[in-house]
Design a protein around this ligand. Structure first.
Ligand code: 1VU
Length: 294
């Protein structure tokens, strides 16, 4: 059909233009942070030529000047993201926000996130997604530190569409925490999951690190032979990702048309010892109050 093909071409072209456009907004102000941006993001025309954008960190409303933000904040007294708080453990909370319910918030979150994401196409249609915003809470409110989005329904077994830790909070284990959280949700749904592709370089290191840790931990405590399928059932990690991770760790052989896991306790110990000394932030599944969406 010519017209459909024509539309697709135009859409592809728009996408290409968006991807190759130069970075527009140089900085954002968000809560106590001034953050330099990394990439282009398609903010509305009126804001596209601003050097700095000023955000309310709680509802993600953005304005063009510091004075305008101060005026806005004086009138606005919410101190946490919208949606449902589905996890709380010490000062860490996770809020679940439905794209169809809090459209503007979720669109603004996508625009903000795109400033730090290279290759992702931006979804203006946020309705099919749920957003999970992780916060650090103090006396002033629940401050956003990281988030991921997830399709309400995925034909490809995706359990995470897009993940971002805000730059001031990166390399503290928050990305890893949210990846673990996404698998905890899959476990509750009784499904396996995998992140949407492509992964950025930083996304790839984070997933590799998580997968390695989870699989090595299971292998360490498991007695006797274990199959890829069993590992997948125990971890909610999709079988392909298990195979590629074990390959990368040289813990798998392909023999007579079958994958064979071959591990020695020494190898497991070597990999895990670095891990346990780091004291990473764990997801406490007993603190998750959530029932799957149908
Ligand atoms: O646990 P390990 O130490 O083995 O690994 C950690 C960490 O060391 C490693 N890592 C890095 N390694 C080298 N250079 C880095 N700059 C770096 N950053 C992290 O990754 C493991 C996880 O670390 P983390 O839990 O501290 O992770 P962050 O909170 O820093 O968050 C990781 C992400 C990927 C979310 C963060 O880097 C980010 O927001 N990047 C920009 C946006 C992005 O690329 N997002 C992923 C796009 S792909 C996608 O969304 C489709 C699923």
């Amino acid at each position: 059909d010519d017209s459909a093909a024509g539309e697709l071409d135009a859409a592809t072209q728009r996408e290409h233009e968006a991807a190759t456009r130069v970075k527009n907004i140089n900085k954002i102000v968000l809560g106590k942070w001034e953050i330099n941006t990394w990439y282009f993001s398609p903010f509305p025309k009126d804001y596209a030529d601003c050097d700095t954008l000023y955000f309310c960190e709680f509802d993600l409303h953005f304005v063009k000047s510091h004075a305008a933000l101060e005026r806005y904040l004086r009138r606005n007294d919410v101190a946490h993201p919208p949606g449902d708080e589905i996890y709380r453990c010490a000062n860490i909370s996770v809020f679940e926000i439905d794209g169809a319910v809090c459209k503007t918030y979720c669109q603004n979150l996508c625009l903000l996130a795109k400033l730090f994401l290279d290759h992702k196409t931006l979804y203006y249609d946020v309705d099919p997604f749920l957003f999970y915003v992780m916060t650090e809470c103090d006396d002033h409110g629940c401050h956003p530190v990281a988030y991921f989005s997830k399709e309400k329904r995925s034909a490809e077994e995706y359990n995470l569409a897009c993940i971002l830790t805000l730059p001031p909070y990166q390399r503290k284990g928050y990305g890893r925490f949210l990846i673990a959280f996404s698998y905890e949700l899959s476990r509750k749904e009784g499904k396996v999951g995998t992140p949407e592709r492509p992964l950025s370089d930083l996304g790839m290191v984070s997933y590799r690190s998580y997968w390695s840790y989870v699989l090595l931990s299971i292998l360490q405590s498991h007695r006797g032979a274990i199959s890829i399928k069993q590992l997948s059932e125990m971890s909610a990690i999709k079988m392909d990702d298990i195979v590629s991770t074990l390959h990368a760790l040289s813990l798998i052989k392909y023999w007579k048309g079958q994958h064979m896991i071959s591990v020695s306790p020494r190898i497991i110990q070597e990999h895990l010892s670095a891990e346990t000394s780091r004291n990473a932030l764990q997801v406490d599944a007993s603190k998750l109050q959530w029932i799957p969406h149908h």
